[in-house]
Design a binder for this molecule. Structure first.
Ligand code: AMP
Length: 222
């Protein structure tokens, strides 16, 4: 029997949203939509969207809701997203959450659950400062907590690992502030009231957190 997941992964920067979204994608073949990854690609490609987004991203500020909703509209309507999706880093504001509802309604789809990964501020700084990403396949590592076998090289695809330009101490602090003032106050309440919120302790190694996420979603870890 095939299982479909339609999930939002919510949490502060560095909570492990990308890592857990990857686990869910691998297990269920769901489409993984990370607005941050899409924007970074647009910046790399120097597309009109990337040029607009870059000035916000490098300061740790949010890109405009309209741009984000346009991007999501294009991606969510892709054929493979009908069979499940994991949204990572979206929605982040009230207009985005309401916009997502409208997009899903138009597609005849519904959210199953919102996984809220909660970690304290000091852990965020430790995690993000050591985070490294594979430039080829997007796999995430940490220099101390989850290193690759060979320094600077991805275990999965041998791609080069890089540090995100917004993972510096100043920008991390700005991103956390944005999360605390613009994302958390509305989103947590909204999805809690809607009965969708599943709060998970995001501390521990990626596999421990994966166990909690899968259990909360009523899924086998194997
Ligand atoms: P992330 O990879 O999710 O940490 O996102 C990196 C940066 O991309 C953020 O600091 C924002 O500047 C921008 N960004 C990503 N997702 C969104 C979103 N849903 N709304 C607005 N800006 C976003």
């Amino acid at each position: 029997m095939s299982v479909t997941v339609r999930v939002v992964v919510l949490g502060p920067p560095g909570a492990g949203k990308g890592t857990q979204a990857m686990f869910l994608k691998e297990r269920f073949g769901a489409c993984h939509i990370s607005t941050g990854d899409m924007l970074r690609k647009a910046v790399n490609d120097q597309s009109p969207l990337g040029i607009k987004a870059m000035q916000y991203m490098e300061k740790g500020k949010l890109v405009s809701d309209n741009l984000i909703l346009e991007l999501m509209g294009e991606h969510l309507s892709q054929e493979n997203c009908k069979y499940g999706f994991v949204l990572d880093g979206f929605p982040r504001t009230r207009p985005q959450a309401l916009g997502l509802e409208k997009l899903l309604r138009n597609l005849g789809l519904q959210l199953d659950r919102v996984v809220f990964l909660n970690i304290p501020r000091d852990a965020i700084i430790r995690r993000l400062a050591g985070r490294r990403t594979c430039e080829k396949c997007g796999t995430l590592y940490h220099l101390v907590f989850d290193p690759s076998s060979k320094e600077g090289v991805c275990d999965r695809c041998h791609g080069v690992l890089y540090q995100r330009s917004d993972d510096t101490e100043d920008t991390i602090a700005a991103r956390y502030d944005v999360y605390k003032t613009q994302t958390a106050p509305f989103m947590i309440d909204y999805y809690r009231k809607g009965g969708l919120l599943q709060e998970i302790d995001g501390m521990g190694n990626p596999d421990e957190v994966k166990g909690r996420v899968f259990q909360a979603l009523g899924l086998d870890v194997a």
